[in-house]
Design a protein around this ligand. Sequence first.
Ligand code: F6R
Length: 241
Amino acid sequence: MRIFIEKDYDAMSRKAFEVIKEVIVNNPNAVLGLATGSSPIGMYQEMVKDHKENGTSYKNIKSVNLDEYVGLGEGDEQSYVTFMRENLFNHVDIDLNNTRLPNGKAVDLQKECDNYNAYLDSLKVDVQVLGIGSNGHIGFNEPNTPFGSVTHIVDLTENTIKDNSRLFNSIDEVPKQALSMGIKNIMQAKLLLLVASGKNKADAIYKTVKGDVCETVPASVLQLHNNVVIICDEDAASLIK
Ligand code: F6R
């Protein structure tokens, strides 16, 4: 596990960008595992800036995302597919046909999970970007999700609904379920790149890095992967320094 502590969110984002850019430069056909949320937005901004200034191309890049809310999808402002388009896909030369997220509006959600798993099994993800929940979740794998889990339907915890309500008009609008890659899917990526910012992540980062490997802290599974980069700002790293 390589841990970098950067002075603030912007420095964290620049460092994360350096890591992901190296993957893309080394392999223009790379498969990127992507995340939504506040944590990777700065990194996506760096990727867009670099694409515009230096012409780094995403023409042959494929992407898979960690998760999507149940009931939301294309055309919905709060959906993760909209988030990805607004923050990255619409601003680089990636082919939208090469981007994939679970479809939260699928009629048969279990079938959608099965199809997503089959798709993930057909690829090798070169780098999986991760944020972390204040309860240690990765993707929407909440505490006590089995480490052997694959893409599944998740009942979001009160904690996560509360954390995510800041992006909705009211807490009642936050979907109660999501589709999420499982921990086993995440662990199959060649490189895991976790970014964390803010004091509310400090406890989760402490448990991820220094705690026991246990299903009550999903991110602690990262200790079992042989290629992990964690980039924190000072606040998120405040308990591991
Ligand atoms: C998002 C995701 C979540 C977030 C986590 C942190 O695709 O999978 O695990 O990474 O909830 O969210 P932020 O970055 O908004 O604090």
